[in-house]
Design a protein around this ligand. Sequence first.
Ligand code: 7RM
Length: 653
Amino acid sequence: MDDVTLEGLLEEDRLFAPSTEFVSNALVVDGTFAADADFESFWAAQATELLDWDVDFHTVLEWKHPFAKWFLGGKLNVSYNCLDRHVISGHGDQVAFHWEGEPGDSRVISYTEMLAEVCRTANSLKSLGVEKGDRVAIYMGMVPELAVAMLACARIGAVHSVVFGGFTADSLRARINDAEAKVLITGDGAWRRGGIVELKAIADDAMSGTPAIEKCLVLRRTGHDGVAMIDGRDVWWHDLVPSQSDECVPESMDAEDLLFLLYTSGTTGSPKGIMHTTGGYLTQVAFTHKYVFDLHPETDVFWCTADCGWVTGHSYIVYGPLANRATSVMYEGTPDFPDKDRFWQIIEKYKVTTLYTAPTAIRTFMKWGSEYPAGHDLSSLRLLGSVGEPINPEAWVWYFENIGGSRCPVVDTWWQTETGAIMVSPLPGKTVAKPGSATFPLPGIGADIVGDDGEPVGIPGGGYLVLTHPWPSMLRGVWGDPQRYIDTYWSRFDKKYFAGDGAKRDGEGYFWLLGRVDDIMLVAGHNISTTEVESALVSHPAVAEAAVVGKTHETTGQAIAAFVTLRSGYEASQELVAELRAHVAEQIGPIAKPQSVLFTDDLPKTRSGKIMRRLLRNVAEDESLGDTTTLADPNVVAGIKALYAADATDDDA
Ligand code: 7RM
């Protein structure tokens, strides 16, 4: 950040305390967790309380900076903790998943059924030659068998590597090869807005260059013709799995045995295989899922709208909810199929109590208009969550009012693939929330904000978010590249984990996440966060979503270029450009006023929905776009580039 502290200019003084009704039944209220318990004993207590161990651990933490081992000597099986123990305790009939298919078909799957299918699938994997420690790649749509496949791997001690079903053959091939996966589990196809994504055809292309792959297990989902099966390599799920025994003894795993790899692309270099292990990961996902979402397993219906191809799906569709015996909704499709009210229809149908989704979705719903949620009974909801990007205060308030009926606490949860589980978040029965702030680190977590010199900036202050001590679900490394683990996360600051996010703390110590540090802008000597300027824009009634970037400017170093999508009912105009620029100046200060504002129908996003500002910077600088393979839709940025070139709203006034 060029030795200038991140300023943190946007102010927010709206406060949202949990209602007395919510507090009266909440798992965590003021005083539930001792404020200054030492973090090792804290996590040891959670591990013992939340999980069933085959053998107790003898040592809580071994910390050989920056390599951590948690719960040494402990043995357990993740699938046993997610399934068997709930059946044994008499809850086998409880629904594990209400699954909703995109075309409108649905399935109800109990814990007993889930366990039987996981055992059959685990036995199938064994019959295909999979052994403890082997890697299994999974490339599927959002069908129950995806969760089953993950748990089947966990049951026999195989390491899964789920690759999001929207990735290309090249991306899949690179991930399979890096992990040297022996088996690939895929489907014939996946439904996507009424069309079919031909998963098997893409997988075949990928497998044309994957020497380690021996077998491919294929689930029939879309049932379309012409799916080619290669003799000796490919096996239909329905030909293998149903005939297997529904009993499979769970492999007792060391706490530090690898549970899964999950590849993250980041902004530079090849994807990193983030390594997560067994005991620490399950402890922290169970803890956070229980207390951040105030889980009451007898009455709640939990819905995390992520895809299992991302860490959010791993931790809060599969492992956290199942470890806690939650009843979840799992949905196959997109929010706008067949119409823009699909989410609200699902919430009404299953009486969802807890919704966990992303700011990109919330801003899209704002853009579509509040009549879609207003047409449905959402009164079952009692808690709302957000993850993936900073949530703009205006989007937070829209979510609170239009989805939560002004009655549900909102938990804005900060975490990463690398952290494995939620790290910074309100506790809904305790924390007084401020829209746009992830509030405070959870119990057992050490987070701080430091300047360029690595020294804490204090309160209030802005700089880089760091984690100050190990946590149970932390990544254990980058697969095959220990040096990259050290360089990426542990070298920027001495003895502190560098998260790559800018952040500030306000006068009351609340944490505000301000976006990736690569995105921070330097305007006339001021470090300005993209998040804050975007939030100022989104607070204008015409704006649904905004992305801002810094572009080279001869006098100020950088100037701010804004890209804005409008809410339905608003029209682009020169007057609106002037109004938005004035609005930002008023909200933050003249220094943050965008030099240009371009109206666009869409913003470039990654497949997991995060705005890709690097590409907008290329557009603003009139540079070539470079690598666009992580984009959900490369056409969007090409369209913006053409618009930008034709636009003349640049104005230095
Ligand atoms: C869970 C997930 C991680 C990055 C992270 C941040 C951003 C995620 C929030 C957030 C502000 C949040 N994993 N991020 N959650 N920023 N507030 N509540 O998204 O590995 O895919 O991304 O996402 O930049 O570093 S991830």
